[in-house]
Structures are given as C-alpha cells and as structure tokens.
Design a protein around this ligand. Structure first.
Ligand SMILES: [Zn+2]
Length: 379
C-alpha cells in the first residue's frame, strides 16, 4: 500500500486575515468572478472587508446567502447562482454546513474553492469531503471530492467572537484525532484517501493533542473575553489544521463510530458533533483497556473545558439496554471506522465500553466534586 498525505493547497490564519483574502486568491493564480456562499452572520460581519479586499485584488464577486441546510436543493441553488454570475471560484464563509455546500458546488462545477470558517467547531474546513443532508435535515451521504480546498483562510478575530461552546466542540473533535490516528497507523489501515498513514500525519495528530492539553483552557478564556491571544491562535490551528490533516491523512477509528452510534438516540441531537466525539474518545479508551493515567489525563482535559464525560452530559438520562444496544448496533455497522481497531469489535463489547466510560466519568466527577449534569443542562 502506498502512503498518502493530503492537505489544502494553502492555509492562512491570523488576526484580520479576511483583509488578505483577495491577495491570497491572486497569489495562488486563481481568478474571479467569485461566488461567496455565506451565512447570515458572516455577511453581517465581513461584507465590508470582502468589498475592500476583493476589489483591491481586482476580483469581481457576488454573494449568495446560505439557506440553512447542506442539501441537494441548496447545492443546486448554489450551482445556479454560480452559473448566472459566471463564477470561476467559489468561496464559502460561515459554519460547517456553509463550507460543505460551497465545496459541493465547486466540485460539481469543477471550480477551485476557498473555505473561510467563522467558527473553529470541527476539523472539516481543510478536508475534501462534505456531509450532505436531506432538505428535511436528516443525514443523507458523505461526498468525497477529488481535491482538498485550494485555500483555507481563518480569521482569528472572527473566531474570537464566536460562541464558546462551538470552540469547545472543536476541541472535542480534535481530541479524537491522535487516538484514532494511532490506531490506523499501528494497524496499517487505509486513511481517508485510501493510502497508508505517514509519519508526518501522525506527528501532526500528536501535536494536535499536546496543543489541546497545553492551550485549551487559556484559549477558551480568550474567546470568552473576545481577545486573540497566542493560546487561542495555537488552539484554532489545532482544531482546524492539525486535526483536519491528522484525521484525513491517518484515518478514523472507534471514537467517530461511537459518535455515529450516538446519533441513533434522538436525545443526543441537540449536541454538537465534537461533543459526541469527545464522549466517543472515552469509549474508545475503555475498549482499548487504556492505562488509567492516560484516561485520567483525558478526563481532566475534558472537564477543564466543559466537554462531556457522562451519558447525562450528552442528553442521555439513564439509558436502558435497548438504547445502548441501538447505539452499539449503529456504531458497529458494516463499514464503520470502529472496525479499524486492532481487535474484533462486537456490539456487546461496545455496550460494555459505553457503560464503562459513563462510570469513569461519574467517578471522576464525584472524586473532583464536579456537579453532575441533568440531561437537559447543556442542550
Ligand atoms: Zn469529526
């Protein structure tokens, strides 16, 4: 098997990075007109900067306000707008669904794409895949693209104004990267591009984990006061770039499969992807019989930033066997990344690990006198 590493062509991050958007596009040899697919708050916050930056770079553009769901209908609407304005480049600006839509439009029209995430809530912006939902909002499919984005531009001044819970969710998604990457590299499992992992991807995944432990709490404080500090800067890079390269070029394992399993329980629907992934990390550690010291390191980090560590933290009051079996069945479905683990995974084993993770989380809270969640507390 060949080793394959993939990444966006360029990653640009910093305070007021949006002001350099036009220049960065020109530097890559890309041309307008551009179609900007953008969320409501991105338009309110950034339309003035787009005007000055893109005009200064000689780029014509138009803006399409995002309709709210990355669905086939919305993708068609984006394609129609792109054709109408003769767009030669698609720019997505906003949260995950906006970027997913921009990527889908660009891929269908074979155009270059620029991603400008306004939150650091997941590791999706650097990747070459979209999650597409039905117009009613139910999961439909993953779309895998030939190419990663041409440019990912992250304005930390914009991220500093985003909701704290979204940054924390991004830390949950990033928390899984190193643990899942290690499983895939050790097992010589195919990554998201069908190749073996590289030492480079693994090193980035490890740096991602170390950055969370070192900067997570300080970054959260910075965001709460809307100040761009170096800790926030490093943390945003970990959530977006390190986690993105780590997962795509190494692969996923149990934690993300447990996330997918949890989505089978309606009570977890109001929780973010990264929040469910963070609980999935604990479940993975239980399945792997991870040494206590490492489990405690993860528990300590998760509680320090407010990531879930118990069933109640993700909306499950006291789930019965039936609910846990349903989660385990979905999490161990054929083709799920849980089968990248180095042992045969049964659904009974997952039920046991779910319970063990919840017990470990509850014990940790009791020992450290952390208040137990009521299931609706954070939804
Ligand atoms: Zn994820």
């Amino acid at each position: 098997m060949l080793s394959i590493f993939c990444s966006p062509s360029r990653y640009t991050q910093g305070r007021n990075a949006t002001a350099s958007l036009g220049q960065e596009i020109v530097n890559l040899g890309l041309e307008g007109p551009a179609l900007i697919v953008a969320g409501k708050s991105a338009i309110a916050l950034l339309s003035g900067v787009w005007q000055s930056s893109l005009h200064a770079a000689g780029l014509m553009y138009s803006i399409l306000r995002f309709g709210g769901e990355c669905s086939p209908l919305e993708i068609e609407r984006g394609k129609a707008a792109a054709r109408q304005s003769d767009a030669r480049i698609i720019i997505g600006a906003g949260g995950g669904k906006v970027l997913d839509t921009a990527r889908a439009v660009a891929s269908d029209l074979n155009l270059p794409v620029v991603n400008c995430p306004t939150v650091a809530s997941s590791d999706a912006p650097c990747s070459a895949l979209s999650v597409v939902y039905t117009d009613e909002g139910a999961f439909q499919e993953y779309r895998i693209y030939r190419r990663n984005p041409d440019l990912v531009l992250v304005d930390t001044e914009v991220i500093a104004r985003s909701p704290a819970r979204l940054l924390v969710a991004g830390m949950g998604d990033a928390l899984a990267t190193w643990f899942e990457a290690k499983v895939c590299a050790d097992g010589n499992v195919r990554n998201m591009r069908g190749g073996a992992s590289t030492r480079s991807a693994l090193a980035l995944a490890e740096l991602c984990y170390r950055t969370l432990l070192g900067d997570g709490v300080a970054a959260l404080h910075a965001l709460q006061t809307q100040v761009v500090t170096s800790a926030l800067d490093r943390l945003v890079e970990a959530n977006t770039l390190l986690s993105g390269l780590g997962f795509e070029s190494s692969g996923l394992a149990a934690a993300h499969a447990i996330h997918n399993g949890l989505t089978a329980a309606a009570e977890t629907h109001s929780f973010f992807h990264g929040e469910k992934v963070a609980f999935g990390v604990l479940v993975q550690l239980m399945m792997e019989s991870t040494p206590r010291a490492l489990v405690e390191e993860v528990l300590e980090f998760s509680t320090s930033v407010g990531l879930p560590i118990t069933f109640a933290d993700i909306g499950l009051a006291s789930p019965g066997d039936e609910v846990l079996e349903q989660i385990a069945r979905r999490g161990t479905a054929k083709g799920e990344t849980i089968h990248n683990e180095p042992f045969k995974v049964s659904s009974a084993m997952v039920v046991e690990a779910l319970r063990a993770a919840n017990d470990a989380g509850r014990d940790w809270k009791r020992k450290h006198r952390i208040e137990m969640s009521t299931p609706t507390a954070s939804s």
